[in-house]
Each structure stands twice: as C-alpha cells, then as structure tokens.
Ligand binder design. Structure first.
Ligand code: GRF
Length: 190
C-alpha cells in the first residue's frame, strides 16, 4: 500500500515507519514524506533514508483549505493510498478529512480516548494515573477522536516528570506505529 508520512518536526516516528517498510515483506511502502515546516529535521532524515521528502509550508497559504488543497495535490500526484500522521501538528479541516477519512491514521501519545489534544504526559501525571501510553487511531473530524487501532501502555512511576514520561513513551511509539501500519495495510490489501 503506497503510503505517505506527514511530519512537522524531528520525525522519529517517520524514521521508524520507513525503517520497518525497508523489509520487502512489509505490506506498506513509504513513498513520500511531507512536512508543513520547511526546517523540520525529519525532512533531512527521510532524504538520508532515500525517501522523497518535500515541505509544503502552511504559512505560505492564506487559508487552511488552500494549504490542504496543495497537500492533497501532492498526495494524489504521488498516487498515495494511505496517510500516516507522525508528529504532524496541523489540525486538518473537514474538507481534507472528508477526502481521506478511512485512509488516514495518526499516533497520539496517550491512552485514547483519554487526553485528546496536547500536553498529554503532564495531564496523565496531574490526574494521578497509574499508567500512560500511546495510541494509533483513525483520523476523523474530531481531533484525536477516531477509532483506536492499537495501543501500548507503560506504568507511571511516582518519580516521573512529563519529560521523563515522554522519553520513556517514545520507544513504545516507535515500536507501536510500524505494527499498527502493517495491520492497516494488510486489511487494505485483503
Ligand atoms: C510524538 O510524541 C508523537 O506521539 C506526537 O508528537 C511527537 C512527534 O514526534 N504526535 P516525532 O516527530 O515522530 O519524533
């Protein structure tokens, strides 16, 4: 399944997906990486891995819809069948979601449906939760509200800070996302 990864930053989840997809038996092919930020470190990392990587700077467009039209064109031109958001920090409008719903997934650093949105680690800590985790879910019009595909969890240690929690959670994300994408890609193929 021809797949694109949308990033905004360092792209560690994108690297994990690209690395997993280098296995010839992996059911998805990461054909394109797109960043909304031209300076995203992930663009260089994608290029080092031999993946076409482009930036579409959202600041260059007067409206969200104009930016998304450009994004949609790049994806359609590349004949992309599935989108993985990975640290992509733009809220997608219903226009884009309507075109891609059912073919777009995201990774979110919480045990959804808990803690949609930002600052998930601090919120889990502040709530006194005993565990935290990450979720790969379908992207829908509601931010971080789509059905969960796969989750992984870790116990919260009483000495944890939001930072230490994020640091301990990232390796789980990097393990979870390639498994979740493989599951979705196999379902699409069958
Ligand atoms: C990850 O923690 C991811 O869960 C969240 O933003 C961060 C992006 O990290 N969406 P990276 O860009 O994949 O390194």
């Amino acid at each position: 399944v021809k797949t694109a990864v949308l990033i905004s930053g360092r792209g560690s989840n994108m690297v994990a997906l690209v690395t997993a997809a280098q296995d010839p038996n992996y059911p998805a092919d990461i054909a394109l990486v797109i960043s909304n930020r031209p300076k995203a470190k992930g663009l260089g990392r994608a290029q080092e891995l031999g993946v076409t990587a482009i930036s579409i700077d959202h600041k260059a467009y007067a409206t969200r819809e104009a930016f998304e039209a450009e994004l949609d064109k790049a994806l359609s031109d590349a004949k992309i069948e599935l989108i993985c958001c990975a640290g992509f920090m733009r809220v997608l409008t219903p226009w884009f979601i309507n075109r891609w719903e059912g073919r777009i997934i995201n990774i979110h650093p919480s045990l959804l449906p808990k803690y949609k949105g930002l600052n998930t680690h601090a919120r889990a800590l502040d709530a006194g939760d005993r565990e935290h985790g990450c979720s790969v879910h379908w992207v829908s019009a509601e931010l971080d509200g789509g059905a969960v595909i796969k989750q992984m969890s870790i116990p919260i240690d009483h000495r944890d800070t939001a930072e230490s929690l994020a640091d301990r959670l990232l390796p789980l994300e990097l393990a979870l996302y390639p498994k979740a994408l493989a599951q979705v890609a196999r379902d699409i193929k069958n």
